[in-house]
Ligand binder design. Structure first.
Ligand code: 8MY
Length: 286
């Protein structure tokens, strides 16, 4: 159910680091269109050889992204299998993962962050309407296609990356490490439902408004598990309306979490709220 790319049509350039069980490189792929050779810049995501048994899940993630298309979902060109290497060929997204971008950037405005949050909510709404759960929403899996430049009055543009290997295959230690992005109920079922993505959205909102700092980063897996056992919440942001939205998304009872439409509505009211003007101008609304 997706395009197979010949290994000889791929060119490998510099390594760009690694995700979980994969490593990524910049590269290019060549295509023949009516006899003309085209070269496209791509991101090559290779499944680690020591996780070969996960290749089905790795490609299932790729095929999920290939079956649906939306402006805020990453484009996956196809896959390539060569000797023992399983390769997912993705569109190259110019500015890479959002968590690193936020950690490196100093002057990211509140309206920039709200814009990114709304784009993610729209991607989730699209998936919700198709009854598709992503299962790995976090700032590391948000890719920044356009930085947005306030002076040039253009806004950021993000793409949601593939979910990667399913947690059912990843083992308990990886699932614990994904606290607080992974919804609490997943620790028991290892099943991903739509409501799980709303929990993860709340955790990702917290990351975005804490400049890419990972929530609970100082805790070890046992302490992370206790965070759920004690029904704890993340430290509240100063902006109470935004803190409220995070709390709504991170309800321990899945059915109490808001719909994507409600999330989008609440983000819209935050975007137009006085607080936004206050943040933008640093003055108190009259
Ligand atoms: N310096 C730098 C730099 C690094 C990467 C890109 N581009 C890109 N394009 C994709 N399609 C996916 C990714 N990812 C990055 C982490 C993950 C894990 O999910 N993906 N990065 C652009 C600049």
């Amino acid at each position: 159910q997706f395009h197979m790319i010949k290994h000889e049509d791929l060119t490998w350039r510099e390594s760009l680091g690694q995700g979980s069980f994969t490593h990524i490189s910049r590269g290019s792929k060549t295509d023949q269109w009516d006899g003309v050779t085209h070269s496209t810049e791509v991101l090559l995501k290779v499944l680690d050889a020591n996780h070969k048994n996960c290749w089905e899940s790795f490609f299932e993630a790729a095929s999920l992204m290939s079956q649906i298309s939306h402006k805020h979902l990453l484009l996956v060109y196809g896959i390539s299998v060569h000797k023992s290497k399983n390769i997912m060929v993705q569109e190259f997204v110019k500015h890479g993962a959002l968590d690193l971008y936020l950690k490196r950037s100093t002057s990211v405005s509140v309206s920039w962050k709200l814009d990114v949050a709304k784009q993610l909510a729209c991607a989730l709404n699209f998936l919700e309407e198709k009854n598709i759960a992503h299962g790995n929403i976090c700032a590391k899996n948000l890719l920044l296609a356009r930085e947005g430049d306030p002076s040039a009055d253009n806004s950021p543009f993000i793409k949601l990356s593939d979910p990667g290997i399913s947690m059912a295959l990843l083992g308990k230690d990886v699932v614990l490490d994904r606290i607080p992005w992974v919804a609490p109920e997943v620790l028991d079922t290892l099943e991903i439902e739509l409501e799980c993505d709303k929990w993860s959205f709340g955790s990702t909102l917290w990351e975005i408004f804490n400049n890419g700092e990972a929530p609970l980063q100082g805790l070890d897996p046992i302490q992370k598990q206790q965070f759920y056992e004690h029904f704890s919440n993340l430290p509240a942001l100063e902006w109470t309306e935004l803190a409220d939205l995070i709390i709504q998304c991170m309800q321990y009872q899945p059915e109490l979490r808001p719909s994507c439409r409600s999330i989008i509505r609440q983000l819209n009211s935050l975007i137009t709220s006085d607080y936004e003007i206050l943040h933008a101008t640093g003055t108190h609304p009259k």
